[in-house]
Design a protein around this ligand. Structure first.
Ligand SMILES: [Zn+2]
Length: 233
């Protein structure tokens, strides 16, 4: 019974590593970010790339991509995080919060000054703050991660605000089946790409990508998927 509870969560993390440019060319089927696109199917390149409400041709997209540095994406499993461990963490947080709320009601919270754990709780009493705190404590385990792969799982939201309902995720436009969460991009990527200053106009809290639950082969070789952008509030 205990063994079932200890199912290891299958979340994989993506990290960026410096890599010789030639290793990131299409012929090596690289996992990469930045630089020019390394198209894996050179015979069926998309004719146009949709960006917001404007269409951009591939050439202009490539020109723009050259402006950010490129890295190889290396994947590693999140270190042996188990369901039991996660629920214990959450339980401890809940217990601490309940104890804190009780003391606030009894007017005793002031006596806790100097206790770091309760000081932190004082700052995290709103649902938004608590979600942000949960996000941070999970990321702190592996601070250099830029991607989290958890196909069919749940995104690690940075805020409890602006999370999608089931109806907000459109079905696959090629086969009509549901899309499901596949991976998310973390804000740490902005630092690697040199896009962390406000003037650059690119910013996100987290980007969650939803793909066809059937991984269908309908439609073109390069398919449009669905992205949910959550900002830092
Ligand atoms: Zn599909």
């Amino acid at each position: 019974m205990a063994e079932n509870k200890k199912r290891t969560l299958s979340i994989e993390l993506g990290y960026l590593e410096e890599c010789a440019a030639w290793k990131l060319e299409s012929r090596f089927f690289p996992s990469k970010v930045g630089g020019k696109p390394a198209w894996l199917d050179l015979c069926h390149l998309p004719n146009s790339i949709l960006c917001g409400t404007e269409h951009e041709d591939k050439e202009s997209e490539e020109r723009r991509d050259v402006l950010v540095p490129q890295f190889e994406i290396v994947i590693e499993a999140e270190d042996c995080l188990q369901e039991e461990e996660v629920s214990n963490d959450l339980k401890t947080e809940e217990e601490k919060l309940k104890a804190f709320e009780k003391m606030v009601q009894e007017g005793k919270a002031g006596t806790l000054q100097g206790d770091t754990s309760f000081d932190e709780l004082q700052k995290t009493t709103s649902p938004e703050d608590r979600q942000f705190s949960k996000f941070n404590s999970r990321i702190r385990r592996n601070p250099d991660q830029v991607l989290r792969y958890d196909r069919g799982g749940t995104p690690l939201w940075i805020s409890s605000d602006h999370t999608p309902n089931e109806d907000d995720i459109p079905c696959c436009e090629y086969c009509g089946q549901h899309r499901r969460f596949e991976f998310q991009i973390l804000p740490q990527l902005l630092n690697y790409l040199g896009l962390d200053s406000t003037e650059k106009s690119v910013d996100w809290g987290t980007l969650a990508i939803y793909t066809c639950s059937q991984s269908c082969n309908e439609g073109p070789a390069y398919k449009r998927e669905f992205l949910w952008k959550q900002d830092i509030v």
